[in-house]
Ligand binder design. Structure first.
Ligand code: GLN
Length: 287
């Protein structure tokens, strides 16, 4: 099994083999040791063969398991949700640094929520906060709703089907998003686990990878409270370009937070305290 996984180009062949066997036997790591000398029953052997075949086609371990952990919480996945990445926890940390008052009744939006992981992590950290998660995919929203319910956040969270924040009214204290940011031409070069199994809508950022940032940033002066916080995930090499777009939209860049590998991963910006009010006074509706 190990050799087959290795030959399929899978780097973590040993660990994957152990996990697949444990799942087929419906046991944990210590159960594996106990089972080591016994032959596999037919049911476990069939289950293992099915799991192995899927992994050999490079289906990610998280999708074989059906869940992935993010910020210490477990999230269900579906075909239209990205597998939550540890890198994205950089955004949660950045929000916690920028808004250290945990009892603040923050109003939060997660644009393009997928599995709901970012919003759920923030609601877990801010017990008096409430939030809205948006996504264009109905299937993703249904997965997000399930995940928010599973962690007890139904009363503090709503899900809304729309592009980014277009259907939302009112203003929010915190906006987070992990938008699609891979340049279309670069998608072909991604690992099959990502290219084939993560939804294209969660990856494809258009010709230069920045299309979603343009759409989101253009709407943030309308969606944020004066002084409100925006934390956006960044792809490799995109910090300067996205910072420029943020400044052009009227935001002030506060920080570019690095992930555990040292890559600039999260843009932290605020809406100038007076800009929201200024835009309101100048908007045609209020004249
Ligand atoms: N971080 C993901 C990857 O590199 C991409 C997700 C995204 O585009 N937001 O595979």
């Amino acid at each position: 099994m190990r050799q087959a996984l290795h030959a399929a180009g899978i780097a973590e062949a040993d660990a994957d083999a152990r996990h697949l066997l444990a799942w087929a036997l419906k046991c944990d790591a210590s159960g594996l040791i106990l089972a080591a000398d016994r032959p596999l029953g037919t049911e476990a052997a069939d289950a293992l063969a099915a799991l192995l075949a899927r992994r050999l086609r490079r289906e990610p371990m998280a999708r074989l398991k059906g869940t992935r952990e993010f910020w210490g919480l477990e999230f269900e996945l579906s075909a239209e949700t990205l597998v939550p990445r540890p890198d994205t926890e950089t955004l949660v940390e950045a929000v916690l640094r920028a808004r250290p008052e945990r009892t603040a009744p923050l109003r939060i939006i997660d644009l393009g929520t997928g599995s709901g992981a970012l919003l759920a992590a923030l609601l877990a950290e801010y017990p008096r906060a409430s939030g809205v998660a948006t996504d264009r995919s109905r299937l993703a929203l249904s997965t997000a709703r399930t995940n928010l319910a599973r962690h007890g956040f139904t009363a503090r969270a709503a899900v809304v089907a729309c592009d980014w924040g277009t259907a939302l009214g009112g203003r929010f204290d915190v906006v987070v998003s992990n938008p699609p940011y891979i340049a279309t031409a670069d998608i072909a070069g991604l690992d099959p686990e990502v290219r084939v199994f993560d939804p294209a809508a969660a990856l494809d950022g258009g010709a230069d990878g920045l299309a979603a940032y343009r759409a989101i940033l253009a709407d943030l002066p309308r969606l944020l409270t004066p002084g409100g916080l925006a934390v956006l995930e960044l792809g490799i090499g995109q910090a300067a370009a996205v910072a420029n777009l943020a400044v052009a939209a009227g935001l002030v860049v506060r920080e570019v937070a690095a992930d555990l590998a040292g890559h600039p991963r999260a843009l932290v910006a605020t809406l100038q305290a007076d800009l929201g009010a200024m835009l309101e006074t100048n908007s045609p509706n209020s004249r």
